[in-house]
Design a protein around this ligand. Sequence first.
Ligand code: PA5
Length: 443
Amino acid sequence: MSLALNTKHLSSFINEEEYKAIYPQVEAAHKTLEAKNGPGSDFLGWMYLPRDYDKEEFERIKAAAAKIREDSDVLVVAGIGGSYLGARAVIEAVKGMYHNELDNGLKIYFCGNSISPTYLNDIIALCKGKRFSINVISKSGTTTETSLAFRVLRRLLEDEMGVEEANKRIYATTDRAKGTLKQLADAQGWPTFVVPDDVGGRYSVLSAVGLLPIAAAGISIDDVMKGAADAMERFSVLSPDNDAYKYAAIRNILYRKGKSIEILECYEPNFTLMNEWYKQLFGESEGKDNKGLFPASCIFSTDLHSMGQFIQEGSRTMFETIVDVKKPAQDLFIDKLEGNFDGLNFLADQNMSVVNRKAMEGTILAHTDGGVPEVVIEVDDLSAYNVGCLIYFFWRACACSGYLLSVNPFNQPGVESYKKNMFALLGKPGYENLTAELEAKLK
Ligand code: PA5
């Protein structure tokens, strides 16, 4: 496995004594996780999922993906949060953000991840007249964004292909036994896949939630799982050399020293959705009880031309975690230009990846000089295998980090507040008392 934490740029921010001082807490967090006796211990199904996943369902996922690739031009995936981000993150990291434009095969679009009518109309336009299938993903089966988009797209599918054919093209990923979506799926005979009870949304990408769209994109889910399984072997062990735990320790040391923001960064635009996935993972896991690092993200060098100024010279509230992808999926040789009209011949006769690397190295040094601690996660490439490794690395680190912070890293009580208000303002039965109170506040 090619994943390693490089802490050499942290030496002026964290000393050996600080690592030693926090280690007994890391040890305690590890023991709590393994003994399954800490807060949120009902949601630890992810810990050994890369080993213990349902092999029979795994094969059904592959078969469904093959059928979708065979009989569809478009797969629309409806889901939000944990039922959305992981699949899209893996697909874009491995296949690139323009995979739909560049790949002659199946197009994959995501919806149900907002309530924007403009966005949904665009998705409808992309499906109309095409052979399409739907993968609706919702553990609860009741999430408004997902259910609304699915209602509209299901209607379109039935109108275009007839109810009987539509029923063969809807794949529901939901709870094993309960919920509206499960009932509907059983009644209509849709193939169903399971979100395990003990796996929360942000830990679900290696269940059917992520695996069906990823497999449909033509990515080897065997490779993704193998990467995660190898990472599981390595990062589930208690040791000062466990990089996932060391990263968790670093985050908490810096938090206790006053840092309030972590920026995850990558010099590959294809990592954009992995950044979003990381933000959900850490944001929902740690942002509670008035505590936690705010997870932010940047893609460099793009954002060096926007956020770079703030990071270099703004308030000293953040540290940066750089995902250093050693080998890009593709390189580009820069030729010499006769006459050197653009003055760029100093970059010529080498690969563009070298320029990108020098930008990274220069930025790390500049930001360190600017007082920003720099953590580096090195990974060989963004292959399916290594993306699987990264997923498990971040899972383990996040769980440990949450326990170091003394929060329950596996719940998300705060996300209910907006829903309650939205339902009251929309007049959902049962919310009448709140409606008047909120409307008065909006006047
Ligand atoms: O992490 C979470 O629990 C959330 O982000 C959920 O995944 C998200 O709200 C979607 O929920 P559901 O799968 O029930 O539709």
